[in-house]
Design a protein around this ligand. Structure first.
Ligand code: SF4
Ligand code: SF4
Ligand code: SF4
Ligand code: FES
Length: 948
């Protein structure tokens, strides 16, 4: 599927029930009221020359190229700023218009370098196109006068170049930064001829507020703002529509290719999740796919102290299968298992669980969602009946009150954050619940109405206090709650939250949030119109993660904020396919579609399809696998795309468990931390090298399409198929579409999903079946999936992870915009220029008490372990709280996190670790060991058998 250069309609579409009818060049045209003439013409297939207009920005009317004639009017109005009216007769071409347009173009060209043939935008430049479109053949003005031709280039950004000599000051870049991205990093400095585009205060891009989203580069009609990859490799020949493999927003991209080389990733304007926008990661940070660190040959070794030996695919697969079979014979059927990843496609994760259930014959399959959003799955299933967010992203256009809890959208979900900021600039109110001052609290033209700075670990107490205000101040939507929810549970819940011990005043000493602020925020949420809650890992990664998710659902049900646009309960999923990996049956107790393995009917369906008797007993969760390994009963593990040695808590415990296993098979694109303990390495493929689907945070299934051949020779799903065949359980798929057909056969919520429909519609939000053949943007409209919504009691239980004199500070963790999770991909791109190490944020008071200065090395020690980082002194964190990111393995953030976990799902309590921080001048013992292992892991022997 290709879509290079979609039609640009000049101005955004308007939505109106009223249509207006006019004629353009004699052709009758009907458009919604408010539509510009330039768009009406484009929709009728009549292109009008333009430069300053583009259809993702409001019209500006500065270039005067789009002038038209309107019958009965003397002047020549700009068609981009003139709305269509009933009965208008418009002419887009005439000798007079041609003259004026040529004159306008002549002026532009007279201050523009005429180096078209050697310009990197040659053939992809709107200025060049327009010169042709208006028939400009000569320029009467010479270059002798004042001009901008010698303005120096700004090459500070690693991904794009700013060449002001080519700028026509159309301000598309400025408007893109404001309207689309919401960063306001660019301005037009000076007036008239002296106007220039200025990042910040005439600073280089890298020193300005710019977050490198690339919206300005995309908007620029000339070669002024240009991707470095296009400057280096030339303009692309064709494009393939695919889906970003980073975060849960799931942006759609055109991967633009020259020969077999990707030269640019352009956000797809028809992408339903991103509408043509992106962040620095998806747009620019794709070079890791061809990084020299990619391992492209299968490797095996007998012991983890041996060097790796490159072997053929056949030998690697046969060896892995024989080892798993040996282990099962020796230690029993349950001694092996697998962990899949939310980085994988739906088809890959589905096959992983199928391999475990049908080929291994047990249910020892788990996924990294265990350590992020498993409480979402549990909490929402219990209350609403479905383990997924309730809305689509576009729903926010109808939201009046946005509550962001334990999420940092501008860093973690940047494109959705841009939508959010746009809605907030339009006047929606904002409540932020977070121990740390995230950017959203105060950003250009946006300021939170409430920032509830709670103590880490007290979400449940705060949510119940919010509910207390809603109930005791009579702000409940009784009609909604009684009609849509179980009345008994509602009554019980009201009585529970109304108890005096749950009042904001009583809980202030627990949460640290002043009671008046809690009351104000609760009133705003309950009475401010359509209110939507967006939450992240700051809610789930706690010992009461599931309880907090239930508390959020309770609040939404009690205030009637479910079942329509603008409201809802919206988990912001971290990775690209967290939703999908959970949907695909990656948990040890559930088949695809969240159906329990104990359910005989469901299991019967899977047994019939798989041709095998399946184990009715739930298998091991990730932490159980570790414990079983240490007790000698779990011996073999197959991992795809998951780096548990870096991402799971209490690294020492994880690595001890890995060392105790006899066969670890890692399928990945790089030799990651877990591979240091592996016996077989199977080279995986990046998202550019395979076909499949991802499901984003709004349940949207989107196609991932192969852009280049897999460097290792096999797509990941093919590797799993080969392993299953070698294990003696045949799989015969020829293409991932056949895997999706099987998923659809077995999973009621996916029953209507096919690759054909995905090609036609672009994407589908499940449930998609006979009841909802086009998919379901907003869930729970008439009834909840479970029938009646269920209120659940949310008793606050303090975490066992308590501060004391030895560990007086609370460490919490999070992500940063430029890096991504364990950093395996983004660390291998120029994104390191923004973040090349994880630092420990500490409040000035805590730093001063300890004699720590900004940039000093500090030791951070918890009950689990110790690591060393450099300090960043900042008031973003409150006194008593420290914070770090976890993108660099040598930082060892998870050396200090503990094994405390959510009571219901075992999701680790990453967000609360009691620590002490002290000045330090040397790496921790763990870091020394890490260095040593890193050196060892890179040893690869010459191949004994030539790889295929
Ligand atoms: S940099 Fe590009 S988009 Fe910005 S004003 Fe100049 S020509 Fe227009
Ligand atoms: S890259 Fe994005 S943030 Fe930076 S100036 Fe351009 S639009 Fe603004
Ligand atoms: S917002 Fe997420 S999905 Fe979109 S480009 Fe950025 S990382 Fe990719
Ligand atoms: S495109 Fe209309 S004035 Fe520039």
């Amino acid at each position: 599927m290709t879509a290079i250069h979609d039609i640009d309609y000049g101005t955004p579409a308007r939505i109106s029930e009223r249509m207006v009818t006019l004629t353009i060049d004699g052709k009758p045209v009907s458009v919604p009221e408010g539509t510009s003439l330039i768009r009406a013409a484009a929709e009728a297939g009549i292109p009008v020359p333009k430069l300053c207009a583009t259809d993702n920005l409001e019209a500006f009317g500065s270039c005067r190229l789009c002038l038209v004639e309107i019958e009965g009017r003397k002047n020549l109005p700009a068609s981009c700023t003139t709305p269509a009216e009933n009965g208008m007769q418009v002419r887009t071409q005439s000798p007079r218009l041609a003259d004026v347009r040529r004159g306008v173009m002549e002026l532009y060209i007279s201050d523009h370098p005429l180096d078209c043939l050697t310009c990197s935008a040659n053939g992809d430049c709107e200025l060049q196109d327009m010169a042709g479109a208006v028939g400009l053949r000569e320029v009467r003005y010479g270059f002798e006068g004042k001009n901008h031709l010698s303005s120096p280039k700004d090459t500070s950004n690693p991904y794009f170049t700013f060449d002001p000599s080519k700028c026509i000051v159309c301000s598309r870049c400025v408007r893109a930064c404001e309207e689309v991205q919401g960063t306001f990093a660019l301005t037009v400095d000076g007036r008239g001829f002296d106007s220039v585009i200025s990042p910040g205060q005439l600073e280089p891009f890298m020193e300005s507020e710019c977050v490198s989203c690339g919206a300005c580069v995309q908007a620029c009609p000339t070669a002024t703002l240009m991707d470095n990859s296009v400057i280096e490799h030339g303009t692309p020949d064709y494009s393939v529509i695919t889906t970003c493999a980073y975060c849960g927003v799931g942006c759609s991209f055109e991967a633009e290719v020259k020969g077999s080389q990707v030269v640019r990733m352009t956000p797809h304007k028809n992408g339903h999740a991103n509408h043509g926008h992106s962040c620095v990661k998806g747009r620019f940070a794709w070079g890791y796919a061809t990084h020299k660190d990619r391992i492209t040959k299968p490797m095996i070794r007998k012991k983890i102290t041996d060097p790796w030996r490159e072997v053929s695919w056949d030998e690697a697969i046969t060896y892995a299968a024989s080892e798993f079979k040996r282990l099962q014979q020796q230690y029993g059927r349950g001694s092996v298992g697998a962990i899949s990843s939310s980085r994988c496609t739906n088809e890959e994760t589905y096959l992983m669980q199928k391999l475990v259930r049908a080929a291994f014959g047990n249910n020892n399959i788990d996924t990294c969602a265990r350590v992020c959003h498993s409480p979402t799955g549990f909490g929402l299933k219990q209350t609403l009946g479905e383990s997924a967010g309730t809305q689509d992203f576009d729903s926010i256009r109808h939201t009046d009150v946005v509550m962001v809890m334990g999420a940092n959208p501008t860093d973690g979900h940047p494109v959705f954050a841009s939508y959010m900021k746009r809605r907030l600039r339009e006047g929606a109110k904002l409540i932020v619940v977070d121990p740390r001052r995230i950017d959203l609290v105060r950003t250009p033209h946006v300021e939170a109405d409430y920032h509830l700075k709670l103590r880490p670990g007290t979400n449940v107490a705060l949510l119940t206090a919010l509910a207390h205000v809603v109930v005791t101040e009579g702000l409940v939507d009784e009609e909604f709650a009684r009609a849509r929810c179980e009345v008994d549970s509602f009554e019980l819940w009201k009585e529970f939250v109304a108890r005096p011990e749950h009042s904001p005043e009583a809980t202030e000493s627990i949460t640290g949030v002043p009671a008046a602020e809690v009351r104000g925020a609760a009133r705003l949420y309950a009475t401010g119109g359509n209110a939507a809650i967006y939450y992240g890992l700051g809610v789930t990664e706690h010992s009461q993660g599931s309880t907090a998710v239930m508390g959020i659902a309770n609040l939404a049900m009690a205030t009637g904020n479910l079942g329509r646009e603008g409201v809802g309960v919206n988990p912001l999923r971290g990775q690209n396919n967290v939703q999908g990996s959970c949907d695909m049956g990656s948990f040890p107790h559930e088949f695809p579609g969240y159906r329990h393995v104990l359910d005989d009917t469901v299991r019967g369906d899977f047994e019939a399809e798989y041709g095998k008797t399946l184990d009715p007993e739930p298998g091991l969760r990730i932490p159980n696998m570790f414990d079983a390994s240490l007790s000698g009963t779990f011996k073999g593990l197959y991992l795809e795309g998951e780096d548990i040695a870096q991402s799971d808590p209490n690294t020492q415990h994880v690595t001890a468990a890995l060392q105790a296993m006899e066969c670890i098979v890692v399928q990945d694109i790089f030799l990651n931390e877990t591979a240091k303990f592996a016996h077989v390495f199977l080279p995986g493929s990046s998202f550019l090298e395979k076909n499949g689907t991802f499901t984003n945070a709004e349940r949207r299934i989107s196609m991932v399409r192969k852009v280049m051949e897999p460097l290792g020779g096999m797509e990941d799903w093919e590797i799993t198929v080969a392993l299953s065949n070698a294990l003696g359980y045949p799989m015969t798929y020829q293409h991932p579409s056949e895997i999706m057909d099987e998923i659809a056969r077995l999973t009621p919520t996916f029953a209507g999903v096919t690759y054909e429909k995905l090609d036609q519609q672009g994407s589908i939000q499940w449930p998609c079946n006979d009841k909802a053949p086009e998919g379901t943007p907003v869930m729970h409209r008439e009834t909840f999936v479970r029938g009646k919504g269920k209120f659940l009691l949310t008793e606050y239980v303090a975490t066992e992870e308590k501060v004391n004199r030895k560990y007086p500070l609370l460490l919490t963790t999070g992500r940063i915009l430029s890096q991504y999770n364990v950093g395996a991909q983004t660390r291998r791109t120029s994104n390191v220029e923004w973040h090349d190490e994880d630092r420990l944020e500490i409040h000035p008071h805590d730093a001063e008490e300890r004699g720590i200065k900004d940039g000093d090395w500090v030791g951070c020690v918890s009950r689990a372990g110790e690591t060393t980082l450099r300090a960043r002194i900042t008031e973003r964190v409150q006194p008593g709280v420290v914070y770090t990111t976890f993108h660099h393995p040598e930082s060892g953030a998870n050396v200090i996190t503990t094994e405390n976990s959510d009571w219901a799902t075992n999701c680790p309590e990453y967000k609360v670790t009691a620590v002490q921080v002290t000045p330090s001048n040397q790496p921790s013992e763990w870091q020394d060991e890490w260095e040593e292992r890193e050196r060892e892991n890179k040893r690869i022997e010459k191949p004994l058998i030539a790889a295929e």
